[in-house]
Write a protein that binds this ligand. Structure first.
Ligand SMILES: Nc1nc2c(ncn2[C@@H]2O[C@H](COP(=O)(O)OP(=O)(O)OP(=O)(O)O)[C@@H](O)[C@H]2O)c(=O)[nH]1
Ligand SMILES: [Mg+2]
Ligand SMILES: [Zn+2]
Length: 325
């Protein structure tokens, strides 16, 4: 009975022209886009009108598209339509003339990978990515890797308690021994996932550990700077457990997107229960008297490092606004 209804709807309400198929973008290099159309992966080009859609429009791994198959066998398909993104992770790049660039779209879980050391754990970086993820409606987990490099268990526990307390689940891993990787694997249930994070934290190593047939290139972190070498140079989704996982190029810094002061506190989920009790509306939770967020910080209900990140980001938004006008 149920099946009949579905078939009838498909006939009455066709969603696209018959020679188009739905696809998932799995890799973008230059103008060439690789699209999974269900039974194969085809190289595709963007239709000219899509290339001109906007100077800052970039198709990314995870985008859902409509493709017309290639006319010639072994040829190139054409991307006719890029569907509206349900979620995305973006960052500001380009210094003074900042432009917002989407890194990955439509993932079921974004795994922000950080390492205890080499490169060292940077709470400010974590908060900047989380703010961007919140802004792009992206469901985020944190993968705390290189747990073998902790000098004291409290380094791991303090971090995990803080972020899992806010609502970002934390998985602890060691990509060399494989500890914790099963826990990570359990979350990969046939959807689309992505690893993002600083260069050298171990994103590609973790992927290799999840699926040893991948054999992705990894490389040593420079001893002097503790920085990675940007070993991965493009984003690509790899088939895992009936779904996909993206490996993405690492970054050193993360320019969180946004220029609206009032929107920043909405990207700190643990502030939500306090903002309505501030005396002023809107309250920037900075210099205003009777601010419930500041009171929650003083009472130990909001972690000082999160509030510090908030203050930094607010002053960065002010800088952006000054430069613009
Ligand atoms: N001690 C230790 N080293 C690790 C662990 N995971 C990865 N590494 C090492 O860290 C270095 C960087 O790993 P990659 O997997 O290349 O890091 P990445 O995040 O993919 O780096 P980019 O591609 O530059 O973004 C390699 O030398 C890995 O062997 C871990 O859990 N513990
Ligand atoms: Mg890599
Ligand atoms: Zn306030």
């Amino acid at each position: 009975m149920k099946n009949t209804t579905i078939v009838r709807f498909a006939v009455i309400l066709p969603t696209m022209s018959p020679n188009r198929v739905n696809g998932l973008v799995i890799r973008v290099t230059g103008h060439e886009v690789w699209v999974d159309v269900g039974d194969e992966v085809v190289p595709c080009l963007l239709r000219g009108r899509l290339r001109q859609k906007g100077r800052d429009f970039h198709i990314v791994a995870g985008d859902r598209v409509e493709v017309s198959p290639s006319e010639a066998e072994g040829g190139t398909g054409a991307i006719e339509e890029v569907k509206a993104r349900l979620s995305w992770l973006s960052r500001f790049t380009g210094g003074r003339a900042a432009v917002e660039r989407v890194i990955v779209a439509n993932v079921d879980i974004l795994f922000l990978v950080v390492s205890i050391r080499d490169p060292k754990l940077h709470y400010g970086f974590v908060d900047r990515v989380l703010v961007s993820a919140e802004r792009g409606h992206t469901n985020t987990w944190i993968c705390l890797n290189k747990t073998d490099l902790a000098r004291d268990p409290s380094e791991i526990d303090d971090f995990a308690t803080l972020y899992s307390g806010i609502g970002y689940p934390v998985v602890k891993t060691n990509a060399i021994s494989g500890d914790g990787v099963d826990e990570l694997k359990k979350q990969l249930q046939g959807g689309v996932y992505a690893f993002v994070g600083q260069s050298g934290v171990g994103k590609s190593s973790l992927l290799n550990e999840i699926d040893e047939t991948l054999q992705l290139k990894v490389s040593h972190v420079a001893n002097k700077t503790g920085r990675g070498r940007h070993t991965t140079s493009f984003s690509q989704l790899y088939p895992i457990n009936g779904g996909y996982m993206a490996d993405t190029p690492g970054m050193q810094t993360f320019g969180f997107p946004g220029t609206v002061r009032e929107e920043l506190s909405e990207c700190f989920p643990e502030f939500a229960e306090y903002v309505e009790h501030c005396r002023f509306r809107p309250c920037m939770h900075s210099h205003e008297p009777d601010c419930a967020v500041k009171e929650a910080v003083d009472a130990g209900k909001i972690h000082p490092s999160r509030y510090k990140s908030y203050q930094w980001m607010l002053s960065e938004i002010d800088e952006r606004l000054k430069r613009r006008y």
